[in-house]
Design a protein around this ligand. Structure first.
Ligand code: GMT
Length: 377
C-alpha cells in the first residue's frame, strides 16, 4: 500500500557535516508527510528538532571499560537499532554514511526478531573516496553495501567512484541532496554591520574545515587577489579555526578574513555575503554550495567530484581546475570589480536550486526507494 505511513529508523552523525544535516532534514520532511521517524546517534543531530510530531531520538550510549583501549560504537548502535526495530516495528533502517552505520544496520537486521526490516544505505562521500580506499575498512564497507537492500549516492560522480572502488552487487541509485532554507532572523544590513563588512565585496565559506576542504588553498586564493582592499572573506567554521590563524597572519589576511565559529542561523550569515567559495580537493556534492544557491548566492569552486552537478558552470556558478589558486584569484577580482555579474549568477543559482533540489522533488525519491526495498521478497 503506497499510502501507508512507514516507520523509518535513521542512523547518522550528529555533528556539523553534510550527511547529518541531510539525514536530519530528510527525517523531518518524512515526519511532516505522516511517517514515523526514529533517529539513532551518540548525540542529538545539530539541526534535528525533536519537538516535532512523529520524530523520536534514541541516544546511543557507549560504555567505557578499562579493558578496552578503544571504545566501540558499532555494537551499541546495532543493539539499539535492533531493540527499536523490534519495539516500534521499523520497516526501514536508513544508514547515512557507511561507517559504521551500514555495518551496524546489517548486524541489527540479523538480530531483529522481525523479517520485514530493510536497509537503505546512502553514501555521502568520504565513506567511499577515503575510507573505501583504506584497507582497514574497504572489505567491511563493501560487505555492508552488498547486504543493504538499496544503496544510494548523493551524486552521479560519487556513484561512479563507488562502483569503481566496490563490488556493490546491485545498481546504485543517485538521489541528489536537497535543502530547505530557514527564515532569516536578521537583516542583511544588520549582519553586515555586525561582521564589519563595510562596502566590501564579500565571499563566504562554510565548512567543518576538515583537511579535504583545503583551507590552505582557500586562503592562498584570496591572498593572491589584486582587489584585496575591497574584499572580505567570511568563514563560517563548523570546527575550531585556531589551526589556520598562523596562515592568515603569514598571508597578511588579518583585515580580510572574518571567522565565525558555529555561526547560527547560517542563513543570516549567507544573506550578508555576496558569493560562496569552496576549495575542497574532493566533494561528492557540497551541500553548503546548495544552501547558498537557495539564498540567491552562487559559488566559485574547484571542478571536483559532484560540484559540476550542483551548479552549471558560468551560469549559476564558477569553476576552476583543482589547485589553480591564480585562476581563483582572477575570478574573485573579476567579481569584486563587477558585482552585478555575481548578482545575476546568484539569481540563476536560486532558479536552479528551486527547480532541482527542493524537498518536494527529492523526498519522494527516497520514499520510492523505501517502498521498492519493502516490495523485495
Ligand atoms: O565533507 C564533509 O566534511 C562532511 C561530509 C559528511 O559526510 O557529512 O559531507 C559529505 O556529505 C555531504 C552531504 O551529502 C556532501 O554535500 C559533501 O560533499 C560530502 N563531503 C565530501 O564528499 C568530502
Amino acid at each position: 500500500d503506497s499510502n501507508k505511513p512507514l516507520k523509518i529508523g535513521i542512523a547518522c552523525y550528529p555533528l556539523v557535516g553534510g550527511s547529518g544535516i541531510l539525514a536530519s532534514a530528510l527525517g523531518m520532511e518524512l515526519a511532516a508527510r505522516g511517517h514515523e521517524v526514529h533517529f539513532f546517534s551518540y548525540a542529538k543531530p545539530v539541526r534535528l528538532d525533536t519537538s516535532l510530531p512523529r520524530i523520536h531520538f534514541h541516544p546511543v550510549a557507549v560504555s567505557k571499560y578499562k579493558l578496552f583501549e578503544y571504545a566501540d560504537y558499532t555494537l551499541p548502535l546495532a543493539v539499539k537499532l535492533a531493540e527499536v526495530a523490534d519495539q516500534a516495528h521499523l520497516d526501514i533502517i536508513h544508514a547515512h554514511y557507511a561507517v559504521p552505520h551500514a555495518t551496524a544496520a546489517y548486524i541489527a537486521k540479523r538480530m531483529a526478531k522481525q523479517d520485514r526490516l530493510r536497509i537503505v544505505t546512502t553514501l555521502h562521500g568520504t565513506d567511499t573516496t577515503l575510507l573505501g580506499r583504506d584497507p582497514n575498512y574497504r572489505r567491511a564497507i563493501e560487505y555492508s553495501l552488498q547486504h543493504s537492500d538499496r544503496v544510494t549516492t548523493v551524486s552521479d560522480s560519487l556513484r561512479r567512484d563507488t562502483e569503481e572502488i566496490f563490488d556493490v552487487g546491485k545498481p546504485v541509485e543517485v538521489i541528489h541532496n536537497f535543502y530547505t532554507p530557514g527564515r532569516p532572523t536578521s537583516t542583511r544590513e544588520t549582519m553586515r554591520k555586525d561582521l564589519g563588512l563595510g562596502d566590501c565585496f564579500t565571499l563566504f565559506h562554510a565548512s567543518n574545515l576538515r583537511s579535504v576542504k583545503r583551507i590552505d588553498l582557500l586562503l592562498q586564493s584570496v591572498a593572491r587577489c589584486k582587489l584585496r582592499e575591497n574584499l572580505k572573506l567570511v568563514i563560517l567554521a563548523g570546527n575550531s579555526f585556531e589551526a589556520f590563524e598562523g596562515q592568515v597572519k603569514d598571508l597578511g589576511l588579518e583585515e580580510t578574513v572574518i571567522v565565525r565559529e558555529n555561526g547560527y542561523p547560517i542563513e543570516d550569515y549567507i544573506e550578508a555575503c555576496d558569493f560562496g567559495i569552496y576549495t575542497s580537493e574532493t566533494e561528492s556534492f557540497c551541500l553548503s554550495i546548495l544552501e547558498g544557491m537557495f539564498l540567491g548566492k552562487a559559488a566559485l569552486a574547484f571542478r571536483v567530484g559532484g560540484i559540476p552537478e550542483v551548479m552549471e558552470e558560468n551560469l549559476s556558478g564558477l569553476l576552476c581546475d583543482f589547485g589553480d589558486c591564480d585562476a581563483m584569484a582572477s575570478a574573485i577580482d573579476a567579481l569584486a570589480a563587477g558585482p552585478e555579474r555575481a548578482r545575476e549568477m546568484g539569481a540563476e543559482a536560486k532558479k536552479r536550486a528551486l527547480g532541482r533540489f527542493t524537498a518536494d522533488r527529492i523526498v519522494p525519491l527516497y520514499l520510492e526507494c523505501y517502498r521498492q526495498a519493502l516490495a523485495d521478497s
